[in-house]
Design a protein around this ligand. Structure first.
Ligand code: NDP
Length: 309
């Protein structure tokens, strides 16, 4: 029985090395060299050509090398009974947290203005707001959002999060569900979106939702570009309702050369770069899941096919 690997950015050999160390008897095959399809019990990757999953009759587990699973679930023939486990690579949460902290602190502590003042040889203090007075809202309190939230709480920011289900996380006020979205947005001086792409999150942040933020709010998106109505975001920036935005994800990637975001004076962007995993850490969750399957134990951290994450 074998694991089929269709690696993303990382070389398949790095994954194979991680699996060899923990599961020496696991045969690893690299797409497209599938061999006998009946041998494949486990799949690691973000997609296969449409219909290929249905041709793996003994498949017991799908694990993504990315966190978003839309590349997998878009295949209508994907067998619903095969569990997809969530990616819990610790390096992803750590690097995402670093990216978010950079943008929060850059905005809060006026580092862009200080850089301009340095160029102009201007010695000028800018207003200081105590972190506890700055209300940060995180949309999505899963693996990534909750790690980001705990780090911000550690820096004394006033942190709240919004998710489908209510959370109990020390230092993070929990808002849950559509009914509490408006009050969550109304208290977010900095809004951080780290939501998955699902039918429920598509265009969630539209003109009406941006209008619910306090005037002057700053917006950070490192979840999925599909969460944002991009025209509404530009309108909110141009009207002055939003003071700026840091964006890592976009509706269309790579961002088209003619897109208004590139040159917008209030937008700072990176090319889907906020968080990076590695085979060494990414393999941990896959090894745990395969070990559980072999022992006949129940899997945890499974994607809900119906909800899309
Ligand atoms: P998780 O599945 O652990 O968490 C997702 C969170 O979003 C959960 O808290 C969930 O609520 C919440 N959520 C989902 N749908 C809704 C909804 N309709 N309303 C309110 N809350 C909702 O995912 P991760 O934290 O690991 O990752 C989040 C997303 O980040 C990924 O799906 C991916 O799209 C994106 N990402 C971006 C990267 C980048 O480089 N920019 C890299 C990695 C991931 P609940 O807890 O109640 O289920």
């Amino acid at each position: 029985m074998a694991l089929l690997i269709k690696a993303g950015r990382e070389a398949p050999d790095n994954w194979i090395a991680a699996f060899r160390a923990a599961l020496p008897d696991l045969e690893c095959r690299v797409w497209p060299d599938v061999g006998n399809r009946e041998d494949i019990e486990y799949f690691l990757g973000n997609d296969l050509p449409e219909g290929e999953f249905a041709r793996l009759p003994n498949l017991k587990l799908i694990a993504g090398t990315r966190v978003g699973v839309e590349g997998l679930t878009k295949d209508p023939s994907l067998p619903r009974h095969v569990p997809i486990i969530r990616n819990t690579d610790r390096q992803r949460a750590a690097t995402m947290t670093g990216w978010v902290l950079y943008h929060v602190i850059r905005h809060h502590r006026h580092f862009a203005e200080f850089a301009a003042n340095q160029q102009a040889r201007t010695w000028k203090h800018l207003p200081f707001t105590a972190p506890a007075k700055l209300r940060i809202g995180i949309m999505g309190l899963g693996t990534l959002g909750s790690t980001v939230g705990r780090a911000l709480d550690g820096l004394m920011y006033s942190v709240a999060g919004w998710s489908r289900s209510r959370k109990t996380i020390p230092g993070i006020e929990s808002f849950a569900g559509p009914d509490e979205l408006e009050s969550f947005l109304a208290r977010s001086d900095i809004l951080i979106a780290v939501l998955p792409k699902t039918p429920a999150t598509d265009d969630l942040l539209d003109a009406a939702r941006f209008a619910m933020l306090p005037r002057g709010a700053y917006f950070i998106n490192c979840g999925r570009g599909t969460t944002v109505d991009e025209d509404a975001l530009i309108a909110a920036l141009d009207s002055g309702h939003l003071s700026g935005a840091a964006l890592d994800v976009f509706k269309v990637e790579p961002l088209p050369a003619e897109h208004a975001f590139w040159q917008h004076p209030k937008i700072t962007l990176t090319p889907h770069y906020s968080c990076t995993g590695s085979a060494a850490y990414g393999a941990e969750g896959v090894i745990e899941a395969i070990t559980k399957i072999r022992a006949g134990e129940t899997l945890t951290n499974i994607v809900d096919h119906a909800e899309g994450y």
